[in-house]
Design a binder for this molecule. Structure first.
Ligand code: ADE
Length: 244
């Protein structure tokens, strides 16, 4: 563990669920597409940015639609870990919460992750299924880029069902997404440090239908990612995990 904390970061893997979210960043960095994976539909782009080797991993596309959700995300990160990365960065969109100060366009560096749609009321199974995990602490990054922080709650639906709502409320989540908690789990299995950078596309407790607000803001949020991700790379490259 001490050796990992001291190792310099120069190979960074971005985990991005949707092609739409990844495309501006891939284009800006002129990353090249890797040959298809033999056993999974994951899409990998690679190249370099300043002193860093950069890889962008997406779960893939079926019938023109990106494979969102926890299963494809977990598989992607599990396979990506075979590349021996110094750091995973989940980059993507999320829902925000007006009651916790969230606004469309806010950028979060999430510190904790939970699942909100895994309800198993049996002692031990309850907490194991909720899967409370933490990101690698990055106080310097948060302060340098002026990012918001808090817990990201993950589930496999875009909507917020009446069953999920009180669970999310109790967690105190500031972001709601469909991948981060599973990616944190895969990162933990491979011992890869993990950060999550999330841009808010829609307000969970706001007046608009989530899917309409999400689609209306996806392109703007993806451009915001294109701006913030190189700043993240600039900050992390050459530092040790302990210096983040
Ligand atoms: N991604 C973007 N907005 C989301 C939301 N409200 N719920 C889950 N995933 C999201």
């Amino acid at each position: 563990m001490a050796a990992q904390a001291a190792k310099r970061i120069n190979k960074v893997g971005f985990l991005v669920a949707m092609q739409e979210e990844a495309a501006p960043f891939i284009g800006a960095l002129k990353l090249q597409k890797r040959a298809p994976h033999a056993r999974a539909p994951i899409v990998v782009h690679e190249g370099s940015y300043k002193d860093a080797t950069v890889l962008v991993y997406s779960p893939g596309v079926v019938d023109g639609k990106s494979l969102v959700g926890t299963d494809a995300a977990f598989l992607t990160a599990f396979l990506a870990a075979e590349d021996g990365l110094d750091l995973f960065v989940n980059a993507g969109t999320c829902g925000g919460f007006a009651k916790r100060g969230g606004k469309v366009g806010d950028v979060y560096c999430c510190g904790e992750f939970k699942h909100h749609d895994r309800r198993v009321p049996i002692p031990g199974y309850d907490s194991m299924c909720v899967g409370h995990r933490r990101a690698t602490p990055a106080p310097g990054l948060v302060s340098k880029l002026g990012l918001k922080t808090g817990l990201c709650t993950t589930g496999n639906s875009l909507d917020c069902s009446p069953t999920d709502a009180p669970i999310i409320e109790e967690s105190g989540a500031v972001c709601k997404d469909m991948e981060a908690a599973s990616l944190a789990h895969a990162a933990e299995l491979s011992g890869t440090p993990f950060l999550a950078i999330k841009v808010v596309t829609d307000i969970v407790d706001g007046p608009h239908a989530t899917q309409d607000e999400f689609l209306a803001n996806l392109s703007t949020a993806s451009k915001a990612l294109q701006k913030v991700l190189p700043e993240v790379l600039d900050y992390v490259t050459g530092k040790s995990v302990a210096e983040l």
